[in-house]
Ligand binder design. Structure first.
Ligand code: IMP
Length: 432
C-alpha cells in the first residue's frame, strides 16, 4: 500500500488531469480534497477528450473508486451533469465507483450570485474568479452557515437551514450588491431531486478511505488549482478560497499525515496564470503568444485565455518547500520544441537587491523583476519519445537544470496530451 498526493506547483492548469489519469491506472482509489468546479481537468483517452470539473479523473478507469472529500465544495447540479455526461459516453458511474463526503459543503445558487455580484461591484479591481460560487461557499463553511450533503439528504434539516440563510443572502444581494436575489421555494424544489439522485453516493469518505488503506489499496489524492493559488501561501488576495497545498489532502479527505508516502508536484514546462495577480515571468510578446497557441492555453472551466510566461524556478522551489515534494511531474515539454533559446527564472530583482526566494507578503512580488538564465532549445518533435534517453540533449539539460534549481528529482515527463505520451522515470507508488 502506498498513498500519493498530486498537487500543482504554479498557478494551476499544470496538466494534473492527465498525470492523475495516468497514475490512476496504478491506484485503487482516487480522491479529491479541495476546490470545486472552479477546477477543470482535461484528459485525452484514445483521442477522445474528457473534461471533468468535480469528479476525480480516475473515473475513466472502470475499476477505480473515486471519492469527493469533505474539503471539496460541490455544486450538485454540476456533479449530476458530469455523472450524466459520463454515462452518455459509456462510462459507468454509481455508488460502486463514486462516493461523496456527507460533510462536503454544497454550492448554492446564492453563492454564485454573490460571486458574480461582488466581481461586478469591484469593476476594474475584480479578482477574476471563475464565478462558480467557490469563495462564498467556503465563506459560509467557515462562518458555520454552510449546507452540507448530510443536510441536503435530510429534508427537514435542509428546509430549516435554507429558511435561515436565504433572507440574509437576499438582504446582502439586494441591498449591498444591488444584484439579483434568490427564491427560497425554487431552491428547495430544485435541490430536493438532487438529494434523491445523489443520496446513494453520500457517505463517510474518511471511513471509506480507512477501509481502503487497511485493505492495502493505493490511494491517489488529486489536488486542484496550484500552490500559488493557496489561500494561505498563494499570492493573496489573487488566490482561490481553499488550501491547495499537499497538507490539505489530509484535512480535506479525512486521513492523517502518517499515511502519505509521496507528494508529486506538477510543473508545466513554462508558466501560465488565469485571472488577475502578479506573474513575474509573464510574456507580452511573440513568445508568449506562441506558448499560448501551441499549448492551447485556454481555461478548461471558463474558456479564458491564459497568461503565459517562462518557467519560474523560484515559484517551483517555493512549492517544493511548501508541499515537501518527493518528485516532480513536468508537463507540456513538447510545447517548448522549436524555441531557439529558453529562459528559466532563477531569482528576482527587487529594489536593486537579488531575492533568491519567493517573497511572502503582498506588494513585493508585483515589483519583482525576473533574473533569467538562458538555455539552448531544441527543434525536434519529442511527442513520440518513450524514455529520458530519447530526448534531445538540450531538453535533458533543461530538465536537469530545473531539478538542480528546485532540489527535487523529476519522476514523470509528459510530452503530449495522450496517456501514452508519458515518460515514467519513477513510479510514485513504488515507495520503499
Ligand atoms: P475562484 O477559485 O473561482 O474563487 O477564483 C479565484 C482565482 O483562482 C482566480 O484567479 C481564478 O482564475 C483562479 N482559479 C480557480 N480555479 C482555477 C484552476 O483550476 N486553474 C487556474 N486558476 C484557477
Amino acid at each position: 500500500m502506498s498513498n500519493v498526493i498530486v498537487i500543482g506547483t504554479q498557478w494551476g492548469d499544470e496538466g494534473k488531469g492527465k498525470v492523475v489519469d495516468v497514475l490512476a491506472e496504478k491506484a485503487h482509489v482516487v480522491a479529491r480534497f479541495q476546490g470545486g468546479n472552479n477546477a477543470g481537468h482535461t484528459m485525452v483517452v484514445h483521442g477522445e477528450t474528457f473534461i471533468s470539473h468535480l469528479i476525480p479523473s480516475g473515473i475513466l478507469h472502470p475499476d477505480k473508486l473515486c471519492m469527493i472529500g469533505n474539503g471539496v465544495v460541490v455544486d450538485p447540479r454540476v456533479l449530476i451533469q458530469e455523472i450524466t455526461d459520463l454515462r452518455e459516453r459509456g462510462i459507468s458511474v454509481g455508488p460502486h465507483n463514486l462516493l461523496v463526503s456527507e460533510n462536503a459543503h454544497l454550492i448554492m445558487p446564492y453563492h454564485k450570485l454573490v460571486d458574480h455580484g461582488r466581481e461586478k461591484l469591484k469593476g476594474d479591481k475584480k479578482l477574476g474568479t471563475t464565478g462558480r460560487g467557490i469563495g462564498p461557499c467556503y465563506e459560509d463553511k467557515v462562518t458555520r452557515r454552510g449546507i452540507r450533503f448530510c443536510d441536503l439528504i435530510d429534508r427537514k434539516t435542509f428546509e430549516e437551514k435554507l429558511s435561515l440563510i436565504v433572507p440574509e443572502k437576499n438582504f446582502y444581494l439586494r441591498d449591498f450588491l444591488k444584484y439579483d436575489t434568490v427564491d427560497q421555494e425554487s431552491i428547495f424544489e430544485e435541490y430536493l431531486p438532487y438529494a434523491e439522485t445523489l443520496r446513494s453516493h453520500v457517505t463517510n469518505v474518511s471511513l471509506a478511505l480507512r477501509q481502503a488503506v487497511k485493505a492495502g489499496d493505493h490511494v491517489l489524492f488529486e489536488g486542484a488549482q496550484g500552490t500559488h493559488l493557496d489561500i494561505d501561501h498563494g499570492t493573496y488576495p489573487f488566490v482561490t478560497s481553499s488550501n491547495t497545498v499537499a497538507g490539505n489532502a489530509c484535512c480535506g479527505a479525512g486521513i492523517g499525515p502518517t499515511q502519505i508516502h509521496s507528494v508529486i508536484g506538477m510543473v508545466k514546462a513554462y508558466t501560465t496564470r488565469v485571472g488577475r495577480g502578479p506573474f513575474p515571468t509573464e510574456l507580452h510578446d511573440d513568445i508568449g503568444d506562441r506558448l499560448q497557441e501551441r499549448g492551447a492555453e485556454f481555461g478548461a472551466t471558463t474558456g479564458r485565455r491564459r497568461r503565459c510566461g517562462w518557467l519560474d524556478a523560484v515559484v517551483v522551489r517555493n512549492a517544493a518547500r511548501l508541499n515537501s515534494l518527493t518528485g516532480i511531474a513536468i508537463t507540456k515539454l513538447d510545447v517548448l520544441s522549436g524555441l531557439k533559446t529558453l529562459k528559466i527564472c532563477t531569482a528576482y530583482e527587487y529594489q536593486g537587491d537579488r531575492l533568491p526566494e519567493f517573497p511572502s507578503g503582498s506588494g513585493v512580488l508585483e515589483a519583482c523583476q525576473p533574473i533569467y538564465e538562458d538555455l539552448p532549445g531544441w527543434s525536434e518533435d519529442i511527442t513520440a519519445v518513450k524514455d529520458d534517453g530519447g530526448l534531445p540533449a538540450n531538453a535533458r539539460a533543461y530538465l536537469r537544470r530545473l531539478e538542480e534549481l528546485v532540489e527535487t528529482p523529476i519522476h514523470i515527463i509528459s510530452v503530449g496530451p495522450g496517456r501514452d505520451e508519458t515518460i515514467m522515470l519513477k513510479d510514485p507508488f513504488d515507495t520503499p
